[in-house]
Design a protein around this ligand. Sequence first.
Ligand SMILES: *Cc1c(COP(=O)(O)O)cnc(C)c1O
Length: 345
Amino acid sequence: MIFDLEKYIRPDLLGMKPYSSARDEFEGQASIYLDANENPFNNGVNRYPDPMQKKLKERIGQLRGVNSNQVFLGNGSDECIDLLFRLLCRPNLDRAATISPSYGMYAVSAKINQVDLSEILLNEDFSMDVDRILKESLGCKLLFLCSPNNPTGHTFPKKQLLRIVEEFKGVVLIDEAYIDFSEESSMINELVKYKNLAVSQTFSKAYGMAGIRLGLLFGSQDLIAWVNKIKPPYNVNQLTQDFAYDKLGETERVKTEIESIKTEREWIVKELMKLQQIQRVYQSDSNFILVKVINANKMYNYLINNDIVVRNRSNQPLCLNTLRLTIGTPIENKKLIEKMSEFVL
Ligand SMILES: *Cc1c(COP(=O)(O)O)cnc(C)c1O
């Protein structure tokens, strides 16, 4: 597929000279570093981190089956979302699109970047009308599709995602924050075929490292090179780089935790279906479940009074009287079901 990325980059950025840090200008080894105005006394973090996170990217590239120059690392995937807006969309001129309901950061990031975001409604059952999405996103430079979707929980059929990537004239970001809980394979495998495709993942969910703030963006070499040009120089700190690198070896732990969360998810679904308060349990491929209840505000407050916080999604489009329940530990889940079953309207 032919895709002329430079046609989509903000024209005012095309000739831009990126910031060049001390660590960019000298990459070799020396015993005396007097180039970056650092404090010379070693405490483990007195030096600036590798601005390009080469060691970590190398390892992530191997694990994901892509070249390390197709990997961008951000301060959470939220930074990746923001950088895509900045790279592609001129404030008050260019448009972007996403589906609705979906992850709230697309709209917040669009707003901050003064980009008009079309939020294209899903069907009542939260499935996608691909024709409508293609039609309403016409002329947009950037399209966000979250799959498995948040807050609805399900994965969109790969055939639909691929058709959109094929037909949309611009960059499509598939947000795979929850892909590890899904039976569907990652769209990373499609990067070789589609130069307008980007895929984001995160360490915040399945990997259990929300606290270190590490988001991943995969794309063509060209796209990733452009994101690198506009990123803040040291956007992923040393502690995060080291911690993530050490934890990347713990594949068994992650696998076991994902399995436990999926088993618990199926148990919670079964239990929720028995409850009178629950009107509908939406199918989930994620580590949360969206449920429709009779009165979401009352149920939400009741749970808070019982020391349990869930997410009230009632103000989201198509989501009236819904709560989003994150899967917890087996003990926490039991408590949730117990409390919910005691609730009387
Ligand atoms: C949680 C979540 C993320 C993760 O964001 P981070 O900044 O990496 O923590 C991204 N996308 C979606 C849809 C999410 O729900």
